[in-house]
Ligand binder design. Structure first.
Ligand code: BGC
Length: 931
């Protein structure tokens, strides 16, 4: 049978492997001067030289670089060895792929002997291209395996030897040991119940923060591996580790549960030393370690902040020779090691640093620093004061309409760091086990044991206070700019929303007592996210937590990791993160393994909906609906855009089934394709019978109802045009405003463009009054707001119970800006083939998008003046492109100043709705069209 695919997914996107493009190969044979191809950005599992991988068959990715156009790889050769010397000599190889005829340059699997725990592997690759040239071998790169099974952990879980609770100070653990010989390499493997910060000989181990990160700990607890060779010394050495409550034991969820994962905080630390003579030694956490709870971190909570008493710093506590006679012996615990996994996504790191743009007194007289950007991280502060003076830092996203520091929207999150000075010179503070979402920091200072503010010691100078952004160290991937500064600010706000809420898990918001992995928000934003940063590993990791926390009946909880009790019902559009995100990852990265890994979870979710349904209709349960849609306080004339929740549920039931079916097709599961095609037909019919009039009008004729019906191909072909017209009229009835919430918004402009209303999509993008994307920008937003009107035009706030100023969901317009406005899209999964289809219009003089695909840089930039339209395009090596140039006649187009017919490497294949369709290979192209 022929597979029915949703029509907004290009058929190529379902094709697992691309074909060799003979056309270009032939053309290139004619080239006489042939530039040498080279290999760049070699990566393994999309990471650069990772330590601690626990994947048995890791995959290689690399990029080709060449001055030439139309570069395709025709063959590759990978080799792997135990050390760089053997590798380069090519003599003692552990594995070689041999010269393999293939275009594949991403996700090429290692196929050698089984991986060995803790072993370091060196690798390099060379390629042949379609001009017959061969590259040099890439520079030697490596990956190092982690500890692959519980038996590899010689270290023991250690904890306090006294009853514990989350109000206790952060414990410090310590171990002194001696190395006996010259050290060749040393690797530390560290995990914790709670959060850890480790030191060796007084130096911080690594630059990662809030480790071991957040996962569905019961089943998946990450450890990190660090190369600590340079931290060790010959002779006496010491390890010191501080633990914090973190997500494990801290106060999490708006119900303020403590100790969701456990009442302990514990450490697991294994140091593997390899001596120059080849012998090995393991130093592991065990009953000989000591701990103290008399350290400086007196309190730490993710929501509430940290209290640091510098007077309690224990000088030299992680150095050898420290007097730890007052420290206690730890308790050894037999906690599971079965759930330990290597770390797959990028760690949380420090990134941008902000100096205050202003330090001022509010009308209430409070001392506030304005960093000019709503960000997520913390403040680092310097001060000079007396021993026992307290500096209290509080955090806010906005000022109220009087200009005062405003924290009501943080709800119960106290977001307060308290720093007690030790006195005697300039001191410096940063917290350890918390983070804040803020633009403003309020600084209050109190003398020892006093409740009266004494004023910051001296003057608070900009050089003494900085804000540091912390987020997962994803590779920056793309950017979008255009001729309108407001839309550029919107793009900045989208990116900052992503930075702030991609802190190891995709969160709804980073500031109030929530900061949870809300599934609906994540799915809505996931496609846009792929354009701003490389989110492959970030989402691959989180999707495994989705599967881990999925219930046995397939129900996907509201938040992942799931810290909400009791069991909540699945909500349509939220739980579908289980299908939507794996599919979006496939589109953006062409990684078939994500689909393979997630397939059981995707299927279980669809089967859950099926089990909930009667007569093919899923119309039970509680749903969030089109969350935060346009709604009026005074709705006498029925203007609020309320979409029936069960209609929405049926749309997402269809959409998830379609995506499951698409995945089944990619994975070659023929029986499942047939079975889910049948289900799809039935549930679409049930939708039509229950919710749509014979003329194609949905039960609740809102923008979201039309958008979902059209985006998910719910309506028969002959009703679609009318439905799109109704949608356009609906928008006009609201004076050219959107009314969509979390579920309709991501697709709104895509649907308008697809059905011929691109001008209206631009009108919505350009709209500056509420509700619109630019309204918050005109109100000074530097991130995406949770609500369309978080701050009303009269500067009053929306409901304090739910008014975050850093919620990325509505930033989902970014996907349309990249793919439609600038026209940079994938024609095959992972951009093996690109679709460049710019949409000049909307009064914009230009729009430009760049994206670091796995193959290299892709870009599309159009500029228009009265006479000429130019389109500059970059297509990465080893990919091809379909480029649609806005013109109805190929004769009006030149490339690099030359008429198209004179350029054999560009093939004109026809015209299509006002575009000339071209096929090209890789390279940079500059098209010009005379108007
Ligand atoms: C969160 C949302 C989430 C929602 C569910 C809120 O409290 O902040 O973004 O999706 O609950 O409706």
């Amino acid at each position: 049978m022929r597979l029915k695919i949703i029509s907004n997914v290009h058929p190529h996107l379902l094709r697992p492997v691309s074909l060799v493009h003979l056309h270009f190969a032939l053309l290139l044979c004619c080239n006489i001067m042939v530039a040498q191809v080279s290999v760049q950005n070699p990566r393994i599992e999309n990471l650069s030289n990772p330590i601690g991988l626990d994947i048995q068959q890791p995959r290689f990715c690399w990029q080709l670089a060449s001055e030439r156009r139309n570069v395709l790889q025709t063959a590759y050769e990978i080799r792997v060895a135990s050390n760089s010397h053997d590798l380069v000599s090519g003599k003692k190889l552990l594995w070689t792929s041999g010269k393999t005829q293939s275009e594949a340059s991403v996700w090429v699997p290692y196929n050698g002997p089984a991986m060995v725990s803790g072993k370091k592997y060196w690798w390099q690759v060379r390629v042949w291209d379609n001009a017959g040239t061969v590259s040099a071998w890439s520079e030697p790169n490596f990956w190092q395996m982690g500890l692959l099974g519980p038996a590899d952990w010689k270290a023991k879980w250690i904890s306090l030897a006294a009853p514990e609770d989350s109000t206790q100070p952060s414990p410090m653990f310590r171990k002194q040991f001696a190395t006996k010989k010259k050290i060749a390499t040393a690797t530390a493997y560290i995990s914790a119940h709670g959060l850890y910060e480790a030191h060796i000989n007084g130096e911080r181990v690594g630059q990662d923060y809030l480790t071991p990160g957040w996962t569905a700990y019961q089943k998946r607890l990450q450890y990190q591996a660090y190369d600590v060779t340079n931290l060790l010394k010959n002779g006496a050495n010491a390890i010191g580790v501080t633990l914090g409550n973190g997500w494990w034991r801290g106060n999490i969820g708006w119900a303020h549960v403590n100790g969701f994962y456990g009442s302990d905080i514990s450490l697991l630390f294994q140091l593997e030393i390899e001596y120059a003579d080849g012998s090995r030694e393991t130093i592991g956490s065990d009953g000989n370690w000591k701990y103290s709870t008399d350290g400086p971190i007196r309190y730490s909570e993710i929501y509430h902040g940290e209290t640091y008493d510098a007077r309690l710093e224990q000088l030299g506590w992680s150095l050898p020779g420290f007097n730890d006679t007052k420290w206690s012996k730890v308790a050894v615990k037999d906690f599971s090691k079965e759930n330990l996994i290597g770390t797959y996504n990028e760690p949380i790191r420090k990134h941008e640093i902000f100096k205050p743009i202003k330090i001022f007194r509010t009308p209430k007289g409070e001392l506030v620093a304005d960093f000019g950007q709503n960000l997520v991280g913390w403040v680092e502060l310097k001060a000079k004061g007396k021993s026992g003076d307290r500096v209290v830092l509080q955090f806010a996203e906005v000022l109220d309409k009087h200009g005062n520091f405003y924290t009501d929207n943080l709800r119960a999150a106290r977001c307060t760091d308290t720093w007690i000075l030790k006195g005697g010179g300039e001191e410096q503070f940063e917290p350890h086990f918390t983070f804040h979402g803020f633009r403003y920091a309020k600084v209050s200072t109190y003398a020892k044991a006093s409740a009266d503010e004494i004023g910051y010691p001296g003057e608070l100078k900009p050089e003494n206070i900085i804000a540091v952004a912390l987020y997962s160290a994803m590779r920056p991937a793309g950017n979008f700019t255009c001729s309108d500064p407001l839309v550029n600010q919107l793009q900045q706000n989208i990116q900052w929303g992503q930075r702030g809420n991609f802190l190891d898990v995709p969160t709804d918001c980073p500031q109030r007592d929530e900061r949870l992995g809300w599934t609906g928000d994540a799915q809505a934003f996931s496609r846009t996210a792929t354009f701003n940063f490389d989110t492959h590993n970030f989402f691959a990791k989180w999707l495994k937590d989705v599967a881990a926390d999925q219930q046995p009946d397939g129900m996907v909880p509201w938040v992942i990791p799931n810290v909400l009790r009791p069991r909540n019902g699945a909500s349509a559009g939220w739980a579908d993160a289980a299908t939507i995100i794996p599919w979006n990852m496939w589109l953006a990265y062409g990684d078939r393994r994500i689909l393979e890994d997630q397939y059981p979870s995707m299927k279980a979710w669809v089967e859950y909906m099926r089990a909930q349904s009667k007569n093919d209709l899923w119309n039970t349960g509680e749903h969030f609906g089109d969350w935060l849609f346009y709604s009026r306080a005074d709705d006498n004339d029925g203007r609020s855009a309320i979409t029936d929740k069960y209609l929405i549920a049926q749309c997402f039931y269809v959409h998830s089934t379609q995506l499951l079916l698409n995945a089944a097709q990619v994975l070659g599961k023929k029986d499942e394709v047939a079975a889910y095609s049948e289900l799809l037909n039935k549930i679409k019919t049930a939708y039509l019978n229950e919710y749509v009039t014979p003329n194609g009008r949905p039960l609740s004729p809102t923008q979201t109802a039309y958008v979902l019906a059209l985006q998910f191909d719910m309506l028969p072909e002959n009703q679609r045009e009318q439905a799109a017209k109704n949608l356009a009229e609906n928008i006009k009835r609201y004076n050219n405003h959107l009314t969509t919430g979390f579920l309709g918004t991501p697709y709104l402009c895509h649907v308008l463009t697809r059905f011929g209303y691109n001008d209206l999509a631009y009108t919505l993008l350009n709209q500056k009054t509420y509700p619109s994307w630019l309204y918050p920008v005109t109100m000074g937003a530097t991130t995406i707001w949770e609500r369309w009107d978080g701050i009303r035009p009269d500067s009053s706030f929306q409901a304090i119970t739910m008014n975050s100023f850093n919620h990325y969901a509505y930033g989902a317009i970014g996907d349309w800006m990249y793919r439609v406005m600038a026209g940079l899209d994938a024609d095959e999964p992972g951009y093996k083939s690109l679709l460049i289809k710019p949409h000049p219009g909307g009064g914009f003089a230009e729009a430009s998008a760049t994206l670091q695909t796995l193959y290299g840089t892709a870009s599309s930039k159009w500029q228009r003046d009265e006479k000429t339209l130019t389109l500059d395009v970059e297509i990465p090596p080893n990919t091809t492109a379909t480029i649609l140039v806005p013109s109805s006649d190929a004769a009006t187009i030149t490339e690099g100043g030359k008429p198209l017919p004179s350029l054999p490497e560009i093939k004109i294949t026809g015209t299509e709705n006002g575009y000339v369709v071209l096929k090209t290979g890789s390279g940079k192209y500059s098209f010009s069209v005379k108007n």
